[in-house]
Design a protein around this ligand. Structure first.
Ligand code: GTP
Ligand code: MG
Ligand code: ZN
Length: 412
């Protein structure tokens, strides 16, 4: 579209901006129409601060999308039971790293060779021992009482193993973990299931499109990373599907402002793959993100012989199909390990309270001192500097949106 030459420059710029926004809006509308399901994945937009309860996370569509994820946090229970469970969660998740270090150095009750667990399912595990892989059974005594978790062994665990005298191997003990990525168990919540142990990098993979980038999930993972002490890197994949460069810049800017590293990749076009490989070098990385975002494809691009299975994103709802169903720790040629996890959308928020939540949103905290009430939740209070900052465009809407949604689902 062209402009009349006689329009004042300021006016012309406004018209241009408007057209650009309209075009952007139309494109979004069109894409959203193509996929009903994509509504759930859209970036936080105007008209946010909807009161969305946990049910929104666990409706039928989502359940299909993460088959292990059940609506456990909505359970009705007595206040005492609720409090007790919260204490258990806290104790499990918030052991400080010094205590863990101490525990590691004290942990020599069993004898055996030390190996790294590279896959685990129930009471069976595969352990890397002096460069060789051995299949182990887990001694029955490694129950949740010892480990604090319902699965006794997880990928990334350091295990003490012995020979069972019949050509087999037995895991006698799991050494205390440096970091824990866990989520409430599907059936036994709030008891936790360990997804991976001793991970020091969280690669948060989001597709730019198909499925559309979902900032709330990224924000949740950033909270998880801070709580667990695991360094996060955001990886925006499928940038080959990117049509609006400005849209991308606007989307990632809030994260860059937080000092957060953001990688821009296309597994299919090989974009950003070298940088990703370097980021993974000598680290133990858990790759997280929704199903279908390209986690396995990216790892295969980093190292083709990893031979991971990848799956089609279904055209009907734009969601992946959980091609990767079990965590496996894979050794990288450049050094380090990666755990390609199944698409898990929630973990690591157990025991978090509303008041603590803002500690994990430094961009929100930056304004909080200006609020009228010192215990302001920044949700409904008057004279809230955070809400004002958001209205003034100083705080990204999507970040405030994520904060509001998580706040809503925390009980106190
Ligand atoms: N256009 C495009 N498609 C991609 C890209 N990366 C992956 N895909 C496609 O997206 C689909 C899903 O990829 P996967 O690697 O299986 O996704 P995943 O995240 O491992 O999915 P789960 O294992 O289900 O959690 C496959 O059809 C890939 O070919 C990319 O950068 N661009
Ligand atoms: Mg996969
Ligand atoms: Zn406030």
């Amino acid at each position: 579209m062209t402009f009349k030459k006689d329009l004042p420059p300021e006016h012309a710029r406004k018209v241009q901006d408007h057209q650009k926004n309209t075009a952007k809006g139309q494109r979004r509308k069109q894409l959203a129409k193509e996929s009903e399901a994509s509504k759930r994945f859209r970036r936080g937009g105007r008209g946010r601060r909807r009161r969305v309860r946990r049910k929104d996370w666990t409706d039928e569509a989502f359940r299909n999308e993460d088959e292990l994820n059940h609506d456990t946090l909505e359970r009705v229970m007595s206040r005492d039971e609720h409090d007790r469970r919260r204490e258990v969660e806290k104790a499990v998740l918030q052991t400080d790293s010094h205590q863990r270090q101490q525990a590691v150095s004290n942990a020599t009750t069993a004898t055996g060779q030390q190996g790294l667990v590279i896959s685990a399912a129930g009471l069976k595990a595969r352990v890397l021992l002096d460069g060789a892989e051995v299949d182990c059974t887990v001694r029955g005594i490694l129950t949740e009482i010892e480990t604090g978790f319902i699965n006794p062994v997880a990928v990334g665990d350091q295990a003490l193993v012995t020979e069972d005298g019949a050509n087999g191997w037995v895991i006698e003990e799991i050494l205390p973990r440096q970091t824990i990525l866990a989520r409430p168990d599907s059936f036994l919540a709030p008891k936790q299931q360990v997804i991976a142990a001793n991970v020091d990098l969280l690669l948060i993979v989001s597709a730019w499109w198909n499925p559309a980038i979902w900032l709330e999930l990224i924000d949740r993972y950033l909270v998880v990373a801070q709580r667990t002490g695991i360094e996060p890197i955001i990886c925006v994949n499928k940038v080959d599907l990117l049509t609006d460069e400005e849209d991308y810049e606007e989307t990632v800017q809030p994260y860059l402002n937080l000092g957060q590293r953001v990688l821009r990749t296309s597994a299919t076009e090989g974009v950003g793959v070298d940088e990703l490989r370097e980021a993974l070098r000598d680290r133990t990385t858990a790759v997280v993100g929704l199903s279908g975002t390209g986690k396995s494809s990216l790892l295969s691009a980093v190292q083709p012989d990893l031979k991971l299975r990848t799956g089609e994103v279904s055209g009907i709802n734009g969601q992946g199909q959980h091609t990767t169903t079990q965590s496996t720790l894979l050794k990288l040629d450049v050094g380090g390990y990666v755990a390609d996890t199944p698409g898990i959308k929630e973990f690591g928020l157990g025991g978090l309270t509303r008041i603590e939540l803002q500690d994990y949103f430094p961009d929100i905290m930056a304004f909080a001192s200006g609020c009228r009430f010192s215990n302001c939740s920044h949700i409904t209070e008057p004279d809230c500097a955070v809400q004002e900052a958001e209205l003034a465009g100083l705080l990204p809407e999507s970040r405030a949106h994520s904060y509001g949604l998580i706040w809503e689902e925390l009980s106190e």
